[in-house]
Design a binder for this molecule. Structure first.
Ligand code: ATP
Ligand code: MG
Length: 631
């Protein structure tokens, strides 16, 4: 399953295009199946209807847990690092994790959960979150994890969309110096959720909670009523494994559906190859399990590979901005996988809290979630990887189940800000607005996929037509990612942002990410967001929202603007100069840390009456500030 050289990558890639079925069938042999599949793939992108490993039977938890017991039962599966560094952490071996998953699976069964039922999980980043996820998978229940920072309304929307029968939560959670009352938020949500019959509450903070008789039960009490004997449910490869709502950067979140067989194979294959995982390594993905990154690269990919996966409850800046590096040294982390937003925020604090760390255990660094700007890439490379750890800039989506375009660590030659090359099995194509293929190199266009890979979404829950419309209707016969992309002279791919975010300035197509990259290179700029707005002469004008380390005032405002324009001119050219610059103290971000450009676009267009779905916004107050200062 492991590719070890660039030649092997090229051979594997060619084979995956020439004979995809044979290619994936061979990889799937590395897993434990109860019954082999009879046909590897059946697909069309018009309905769409995509099935992998047809007729195959399995349970993903047998692959993540049971099959490791003999060889590595006593190896740590999960290392849990609590929010407060002075609190004792937890290490669960594969044997302990297996035991706890089986027990909690029995708790779910005892409370009426059967195969196919949907279970909403709204929990802190504690081992019990992974246990609850795996317990659902054990008995064939469909998990829908909702990130523990969402509001009651957002939880209610997701519970109702999926018609969840049970909610698993905790009394509260710790994040930095905050204590967040989870159960009371669930209580507010459940006022409008008639499908929910039981709420299982784990004890974390001992925040006082109201427990409704007949509906609410304690995790710890329930565990006393069950044994550790829970045979895994036999699942069809195409049975639903989970629903996960997208982060909502571009509109109302979609309930993306992944199935058991294909998702397992794809998450695991990409984990081992992209990060070049070696047995015994410690893997630290800083994402929350509430996002796809956490599903695929904290839980399923690492555990199916028998790796040791770190779960971190807190935030990168608590108790100070050296926390990631504390954890890296404490647990001898070998592979670190984080997001540009985290890197940029840590960059802002300088190097004091980096230089007092060893970091010599690190071997591979990863980035995910948005385009990584050049400055952040180099900061990560120089100061964290000490120029000796390959950086994998991994491009993918909730809908893709796993990484699609990325270097293989240490194998693919990297180039800052480029996700580089497609993984084997991934067939990207760039098209113009009319869906016509843009061939050759040194071109940009809309990024699509022309062939399915095992981890592709199967539907959006309860609304197959929305799935068709969103991903398969724009360019018939293709899966449309919604992202704009550049393919350079070497055939390397660079994601330039959402297609909606590609500007057309006087006939030139410019990615917002490119302009932001240039602005961010200007001294004192912490972060920026660029959108287009209607412009009489140019068609589209460029509007930049800029955060600086010292907010300019008075005369400085105009001078700083001119300096920024000079930097952009030098980096890209005068064509990319913003027409308007607004200094702000914050940007509207989703809870996964992505900028909601659609809101900024509305403000730039002067249309602030209807900002659309803002339920996944982290801090709604910044929107008012930005509206007030719009130019
Ligand atoms: P929604 O679909 O609800 O608008 P979202 O697209 O933000 O939300 P995700 O599936 O979490 O939800 O994010 C996928 C998107 O993140 C990609 O389409 C791409 O725009 C961006 N992205 C992820 N990784 C990278 C990367 N390495 N480089 C550039 N962009 C990335
Ligand atoms: Mg998306």
């Amino acid at each position: 399953m492991r590719i070890r050289t660039f030649d092997e990558y090229q051979t594997a890639y060619q084979k995956s295009v020439d004979d995809p079925e044979e290619f994936w069938a061979e990889i799937a042999q590395n897993f434990q199946w109860r019954k082999p599949w009879t046909k590897t793939l059946q697909w069309n992108f018009s309905e769409p209807n995509i099935k992998w490993f047809i007729g195959g039977k399995l349970n993903i938890t047998e692959n993540c847990l049971d099959r490791h017991l003999i060889e590595r039962g006593d190896q740590p599966a999960i290392i849990w690092e609590p929010n407060d560094p002075n609190e004792a952490g937890v290490t669960l071996t594969y044997r302990m994790l297996h035991d706890q998953v089986c027990r909690f699976a029995n708790v779910l069964k005892r409370n009426g959960v059967v195969k196919g039922d949907r279970v909403c999980i709204y929990m802190p980043m504690v081992p019990e979150l992974a246990i609850a996820v795996l317990a659902c998978a054990r008995i064939g229940a469909v998990h829908s994890v909702v990130f523990g920072g969402f509001s009651a309304q957002s939880i209610a929307d997701r519970i109702n969309d999926a018609q969840c029968k049970v909610v698993v939560t905790a009394d509260g959670s710790y994040r930095g110096n905050k204590e967040i009352p989870l159960k009371s938020t669930v209580d507010d949500a459940l006022i409008g959720c008639p499908s929910v019959q039981k709420v299982i509450v784990m004890t974390r903070t001992r925040t006082p909670v109201s427990m409704l008789k007949g509906r609410d039960i304690w995790w710890e009490q329930e565990l006393k009523q069950v044994t550790a004997d829970c045979p895994a449910e036999e699942m069809d490869a195409e049975d639903m494994l989970f629903i996960l709502y997208t982060s909502g950067s571009t509109g109302k979140p979609k309930g993306v559906v992944h199935t058991c067989g294909g998702y397992m194979v794809y998450a695991t294959y990409t984990f081992q190859n992209v990060f070049q995982y070696e047995p015994g390594q410690v893997f630290f993905c800083t994402a929350d399990i509430g996002w796809i990154t956490g599903h695929s690269y904290i839980v399923y990919g690492p555990l199916a590979s028998g790796a040791t996966s770190v779960i971190f409850e807190g935030v990168p800046t608590y108790p100070d901005c050296g926390r990631f590096w504390d954890i890296t040294d404490k647990h001898n982390v070998n592979i670190l996988y984080t997001a540009p937003t985290a890197i940029r925020s840590l960059m802002g604090f300088g190097l004091d809290k980096v230089e007092n760390h060893d970091l010599s255990s690190l071997q591979v660094l990863g980035s995910v979630g948005e385009p990584i700007n050049e400055e952040a890439w180099h900061w990560y490379d120089d100061n964290i990887g000490k120029n000796r750890c390959p950086i994998v800039d991994t491009w993918w989506q909730t809908e893709t189940g796993g990484i699609l375009i990325s270097p293989l660590a240490g194998i693919t030659k990297t180039k800052p800000t480029f996700a580089t090359l497609p993984l084997p099995g991934v067939q990207p194509i760039l098209v113009d607005e009319n869906g016509k293929e843009i061939e050759g190199n040194g071109v940009s266009g809309n990024l699509c996929m022309k062939f399915p890979w095992p981890g592709i979404l199967r539907t959006t829950y309860g609304d197959h037509e929305r799935c068709r419309q969103t991903y398969f209707a724009t360019y018939p016969g293709l899966y449309f990612t919604g992202d704009g992309c550049l393919r350079d002279e070497d055939g390397y791919y660079r994601i330039t942002g959402r297609v909606d975010d590609v500007l057309n300035v006087s006939g030139h197509r410019i990615g917002t990410a490119e302009v932001e990259n240039a602005i961010n290179m200007h001294t004192g700029v912490v972060e920026s967001a660029v959108v287009g707005y209607p412009h009489d002469i140019k068609g589209q004008g460029i509007y930049a929202y800029v955060i600086t380390d010292q907010q300019p005032d008075g005369h400085d405002v105009e001078l700083t603007k001119r300096d920024i324009l000079a930097t952009v001119t030098r980096v890209i050219g005068p064509i990319a100069k913003p027409d308007k610059i607004q200094f702000v103290t914050g940007l509207p971000k989703t809870r996964s840390g992505k900028i909601m450009r659609r809101i900024l676009r509305k403000i730039a267009e002067g249309d602030t009456s209807n900002l659309g779905d803002t339920s996944t916004l982290l801090d709604p107050a910044v929107v008012d500030e930005i509206k007030a200062g719009a130019t």
